[in-house]
Write a protein that binds this ligand. Structure first.
Ligand SMILES: *Cc1c(COP(=O)(O)O)cnc(C)c1O
Length: 419
């Protein structure tokens, strides 16, 4: 492998830098969960013996740990199987419960599919959905939002931070507009939780989706925050049977998973300031190391309004497939989405106006708790070396260079983008 000769300090391979897709379970989280698989196996709904009480106590403790991270009250936390279910419950639950009030929902183009596909489903059953566009920096316009609100609007669903480009939406301003208009505000905060400060009071949030596995917790467990006063949010449940979780989500609770989510939130609350600063440092180091070695690289989305652990770059003049193959000892994601048999450009990059060829040749780097400076040096070196090699073989790149000479270079555009 060429990487080994060029980088004697090579980290353990493959390098995992896909932390927006999922994260490695923190061993402290695993340790907290283990007893609830074995001796503390009770059903949290068993009200008449010690086994049930122990499980219930653990669940209530986790509710508190999650609530503290977002400045909510424990009663406002509803456990689910993950953020996909939380998003479904928030949107479908509001649409059904508030049908007599109105049928319009406002969302935006770069949402996760767990919101966009729910909106498509709701449109089939008589809802009207306004999809706000985003600017080149990935953010919605607040004027567009104000204009989209009608007397029939019941819900605004805008994500806190995007999972591809890490761009933060102006959440507190959106919350203010929603409150002034008497409209509920849901935010998919999966990528923001544990990375940046999220506060449901400061931000005016009424419903908020969380997933454990994006936060160094286990897969298959999440939560929905549902505001209980000013205003009291009501939802139609999506799953009936047994009346667990205040009747909003029936089904025996996943006690070990819930304990894991709680512990992950407790760790995040304690370590976030230091960890996020470290990740921003690593991300900037990665960005600088790549941009100083390569020209014709563009940064997708705002750098100013961005998660500390995200970098999304397009490399002009290389094939996305060849690039990913060339760095197959590094786990990252590309700007292509596999929809059925064809390779489509990511809907997020398309919404930003990134041309199709550049979307396919883009890479999402998602840094996480277990990445090191050695990882960053290695990844920057491998990416630069691979892009250079592919460009030497590429007629596309020669064409791109000629385009740049005619109309201003992309590397200077990317430098303007930088802080
Ligand atoms: C991963 C993710 C989801 C889905 O969460 P699951 O718990 O895997 O269902 C939803 N929204 C965003 C922004 C995500 O990144």
């Amino acid at each position: 492998m060429p990487g080994h000769k060029m980088f004697p300090m090579a980290p353990k391979l493959p390098v995992y830098m896909d932390n927006h897709a999922t994260t490695q379970l923190d061993l402290r989280v695993l340790e907290a969960m283990l007893p609830y698989f074995t001796e503390k196996f009770g059903n949290a709904a068993s009200r008449n013996h010690e086994f049930g009480w122990k499980a219930e106590e653990a669940v209530e403790n986790a509710r508190g740990q999650i609530a503290r991270l977002i400045n909510a009250s424990p009663k406002e936390i509803i456990f689910t199987s993950g953020a996909t279910e939380s998003d479904n419950l928030a949107l479908k639950g509001v649409a059904e419960f508030y049908r007599s009030k109105g049928n319009q929902i406002i969302t935006q183009a770069t949402e996760h599919k767990a919101v966009l596909d729910v909106c498509k489903r709701l449109e089939l059953s008589g809802c009207e959905v306004a999809y706000l566009p985003v600017a080149k920096d990935g953010r919605i316009s607040l004027d567009d939002l104000r204009r989209a609100i009608t007397p029939k609007t019941i819900l605004i669903s805008i994500m806190y931070a995007n999972n591809e480009i890490g761009v933060l939406q102006p959440v507190a301003e959106i919350g203010k507009i929603a409150r002034q208009s008497g409209v509920l505000f849901h935010t998919d905060a999966v990528q923001a939780i544990g990375k940046i400060s999220v506060d449901i009071e400061r931000d005016g949030i009424d419903l908020l989706s969380i997933s454990a596995h994006k936060l160094y917790g286990p897969k298959g467990v999440g939560a929905l925050y549902v505001r209980r006063k000013n205003p009291r949010v009501q939802l139609a449940p999506m799953i009936d049977g047994g009346g667990h979780e205040r009747g909003l989500r029936s089904g025996t609770l996943n006690v070990p998973g819930i304990v894991g989510l709680g512990k992950a939130c407790e760790i995040a609350a304690k370590e976030m300031p230091v960890e996020s600063a470290r990740l921003a440092g690593l991300r900037d180091k990665l960005m600088d190391a790549i941009l100083t070695r390569l020209d014709a690289v563009t940064i997708n989305g705002s750098l100013e309004h961005r998660l500390p652990n995200n970098l999304n770059l397009s490399f002009a003049g290389v094939e996305g497939d060849a690039l990913l193959m060339g760095i197959n000892d590094i786990a990252v994601s590309s700007g292509s989405a596999c929809t059925s048999a064809t390779l489509e450009p990511s809907h997020v990059l398309s919404a930003l106006g990134v041309p199709e060829d550049l979307a396919h040749s883009s890479i999402r780097f998602g840094l996480g708790r277990f990445n090191t400076a050695e990882d960053v040096d290695y990844v920057a070196g491998r990416v630069a070396e691979t892009v250079k090699r592919l460009r030497e073989l590429s007629p596309l790149y020669v064409a791109a260079k000629q385009r740049n000479r005619a109309g201003g270079s992309q590397s200077s555009a990317s430098v303007e983008n930088r802080r």
